[in-house]
Ligand binder design. Structure first.
Ligand code: ADP
Length: 269
């Protein structure tokens, strides 16, 4: 879903729609103006990526998004020498590119990445704002427009994988929770075009499932799952079948658990 809006310079931009829950838009904007990096913490599917895409468009900045995984190393972010026809040449990674251009670099699920990546982030996320590139001997000074944004999910990451205080204390932190009912209904309707009554039922279902997290469920359904169920329903799939495919089977592989989840679905639809 997209929307047109004006960026800070008054130019019309197409922005991905974002339904704000509080002061996060203003806070992010002030963090960007003050050259402060931002950490967004919250469960999966609750709008972190959408928010960053919205803010990048609003601020008129290019966005480089990296989905971190346990094999992601510092050179995946910074760059590496490659071999071509004319010999070896240097290829910037997304972080280096963002620093050179004054763009926004978003590292999604940063705690998944290998430990050498967080070391790279330190000099960029304090008042030095530099990116040393050991392999080429360059030291890049980030321009004022550059911004580093990282996210992680505190729910399922264990303490050993959490961010070290020396890393997290460099960032302004925003907490994202599942949206309150009215906002979540509005998001589902806007994203899918589903009728308000069905969106309301999906949110009632989601909140019932969120209340049993920790018993059989590791994490409750994020808005993303509700949107998938709504999309199936809008295309004619029966609500129970849509909720089984998009919600119950996504949340658990245990037959007893999915059977229990489907009982909640039947009580709502
Ligand atoms: P996360 O990055 O937290 O895992 P996403 O930003 O990808 O989650 O959100 C998943 C989907 O939910 C988005 O594609 C969007 O359709 C919807 N969504 C969630 N929160 C919002 C919001 N506040 N405004 C608009 N859409 C939202």
């Amino acid at each position: 879903m997209t929307n047109t809006a004006k960026d800070l310079r008054g130019t019309t931009f197409t922005t991905p729609t974002y339904h704000a829950g509080g002061q996060e838009v203003a806070l992010f904007e002030q963090a960007w103006r003050n050259q402060l990096p931002v950490l967004i913490k919250g469960p999966t599917g609750c709008g972190k990526t959408r928010f960053v895409r919205h803010m990048a468009a609003r601020l008129g900045r290019e966005l480089y998004t990296v989905s971190c995984h346990d094999d992601l190393s510092a050179s995946d972010l910074i760059g590496r020498h490659l071999i071509g026809n004319g010999g070896t040449y240097w290829m910037d990674g997304p972080l280096t590119r963002a620093v050179r251009e004054g763009s926004i670099c978003y590292l999604d699920e940063v705690v998944e990445a290998r430990k050498d990546t967080t070391v790279v982030l330190h000099a960029l996320s304090d008042d030095r704002r530099i990116l040393p590139i050991d392999r080429t001997g360059e030291i890049l000074q980030a321009p004022p427009e550059f911004m580093l944004v990282i996210s992680y999910n505190p729910g399922y990451q264990n303490v050993f994988k959490g961010l070290k205080p020396s890393t997290r204390q460099r960032f302004v932190a925003l907490r994202f929770d599942p949206p309150e009912a009215e906002r979540e209904e509005a998001i589902i309707c806007a994203e899918t075009g589903i009728a308000a009554d069905s969106a309301k039922r999906l949110v009632t279902l989601a909140n019932a499932l969120r209340s049993v997290v920790g018993q059989d469920l590791e994490e409750g359904p994020g808005t993303r799952l509700l949107i998938s169920a709504a999309r199936l329903m809008v295309s004619g799939v029966a609500p129970k079948m849509a909720c089984r495919a998009a919600i119950a089977e996504s949340l658990s592989d245990e037959i007893e658990v999915t059977t229990g989840l489907m009982e909640v679905v039947s009580a709502v639809f």
